[in-house]
Design a protein around this ligand. Structure first.
Ligand SMILES: *Cc1c(COP(=O)(O)O)cnc(C)c1O
Length: 468
């Protein structure tokens, strides 16, 4: 187009008011809020203007503008945070929202959200109460700790504890424990943000008690142990047990903190998983403070839980940062209900989705796989080759980094499209179905598929497979 042609095209572009008049008479826009309409008209016209200037051929009829606008408006009103189906087999999938809440937690959230609550009121005396008291006794009961507080998340818990106990002092940590947890939580960075001075000791693979001992100076404020969570060092390794560090701390008058990361309240080795120290174990070892997540192995809402000696937790409660990191009432409601289930371990394992999915027996997995297989067979017939495959699920969430959980998956090999195209189309469906590709097959792992989702997965597969 010549410059004068472009000029002509731009001049002929309908005005916003003209399009708005057309929208008024158009049923397609009936339910779309006015602010969205206005934005969409402007974007559609702007878009066309850019195309003209860039010599990209663009039809400029009222109809095409309305169509463009409708697409833009639809995209604008599309809900952003939506539920998806997790068919990856990764139980604590960070990208998919980690832990699912148990029914009791959901009921309690609704109850506390729909009505006023005693969040900060002591009902017996009518005096002002403290929100944290909803859960601290329960946490102490379950962990054996003297005192507890729940904050926004474990990253916050670590920040708060470090800042309270060791601001402006040196915090001694093993090099092998200076981990990065996905999503930009890095121990050295949290350390500096909390105002502490990092004192690394030992080597990546081996750290001994004498390394901690030799690092002590006039300005040593804390010994910190960090759970390696998402990685494992194998081979020639050595680390110092928490109880030995506690002993050194006692002798030298230096407090000891452990960031457990995931933190569990039950002994998973009873269920055929590798032994993981429980929060109670760490408390029993004598750490002054222990921090852990509420939405990893615990299977509750996003929180960071701090347990420890009463004096230390009291100090933490007085730190102004606590207010900035405080939990809201919905979280407290969910946390209280989840924790209560732990009073009866069998019940906890049955009703807390994370625990249930992690401890599913192979026999139960096979039953789920068979049901899914049958449903798929009925729906997709010969559109794809499909079969069972015995593979592994992963716990995720930085827990049990090297653990594979035996599982029975369904593998799908489409006949009319690539496996990656199938994966994409399943992900773009509503609800999105998140599977994985292994050995050039599309894999559905029943471990994380919830009851009743089989039919949705299967009918989506059928739809997606006929669509090119
Ligand atoms: C996950 C993790 C954290 C961060 O916990 P969030 O609850 O995600 O904030 C901190 N430390 C360790 C060791 C972890 O594994």
């Amino acid at each position: 187009m010549t410059r004068s042609d472009k000029h002509e095209s731009l001049k002929n572009l309908p005005g916003v008011d003209h399009i708005l008049e057309l929208v008024k008479k158009d049923d397609r826009f009936l339910d779309i809020p006015r602010s969205v309409i206005l934005d969409s008209v402007r974007s559609a016209l702007e878009n066309i203007r850019k195309n003209i200037l860039a010599d990209i051929e663009t039809p400029i009829t009222d109809d095409t503008i309305l169509m463009k606008m409708q697409l833009i408006a639809k995209e604008k009103i599309r809900p952003r945070l939506v539920s998806v189906i997790n068919a990856t087999g990764v139980v604590l999938h960070t990208n998919l929202g980690r832990a699912l809440l148990c029914d009791d937690a959901l009921k309690n959230i609704t109850s506390v959200a729909q009505s006023y609550s005693n969040l900060e009121l002591k009902i017996k005396t009518g005096k002002r109460g403290i929100r944290y008291e909803a859960v601290d006794e329960l946490i102490c009961e379950l962990t054996g700790a003297q005192s507890a507080i729940a904050v926004n998340n474990n990253a916050g818990a670590v920040l708060l504890a470090l800042n309270t106990i060791a601001e402006d002092t040196q915090v001694v940590v093993s090099r092998g424990e200076l981990v990065e947890i996905g999503g930009s939580f890095r121990v050295p960075d949290v350390m500096s943000k909390s105002g502490c001075i990092l004192k690394e000791v030992g080597t990546t693979n081996r750290t001994h008690l004498k390394d901690y001992e030799n690092a002590i100076s006039d300005n040593t404020g804390l010994f910190l142990k960090v759970h390696a969570s998402n990685y494992k060092i194998e081979g020639f390794t050595a680390s110092v047990a928490l109880k030995d560090l506690v002993l050194l701390g006692k002798n030298t008058n230096i407090p000891v903190m452990e960031d457990l990361g995931s933190g569990t309240l039950i002994d998973f080795s009873k269920y055929g998983l590798p032994p993981e120290p429980t929060v109670a174990d760490s408390v029993r070892s004598g750490a002054d403070v222990v921090t852990f997540s509420g939405d990893k192995l615990l299977g509750g809402p996003q929180t960071g839980i701090i347990v420890g000696r009463k004096e230390t937790i009291d100090q933490i409660k007085k730190n102004p940062l606590t207010r900035a990191l405080r939990v809201d009432k919905l979280t407290l409601a969910a946390l209280e209900s989840t924790l209560k289930l732990y009073r009866d371990e069998e019940k906890a394992v049955r009703e807390i989705p994370t625990l249930k999915m992690l401890t599913l027996s192979f026999k139960d997995i096979c039953e789920k796989a068979t049901l899914l297989f049958k449903t798929i067979k009925g729906d997709i017939g010969s559109l794809a080759d499909f079969d069972f495959a015995d593979l592994n699920s992963r716990p995720g969430g930085g827990s049990f980094p090297d653990l594979n959980l035996p599982t029975r998956c369904i593998t799908i090999q489409p006949k009319n499209m690539s496996v990656s195209k199938l994966e994409i189309n399943m992900r773009l469906a509503t609800p999105a179905i998140i599977g994985r590709i292994e050995n050039n097959k599309y894999i559905l792992d029943p471990r994380t598929i919830q009851n009743g989702q089989e039919a949705i997965i299967s009918s989506t597969l059928a739809k997606v497979l006929v669509k090119k």
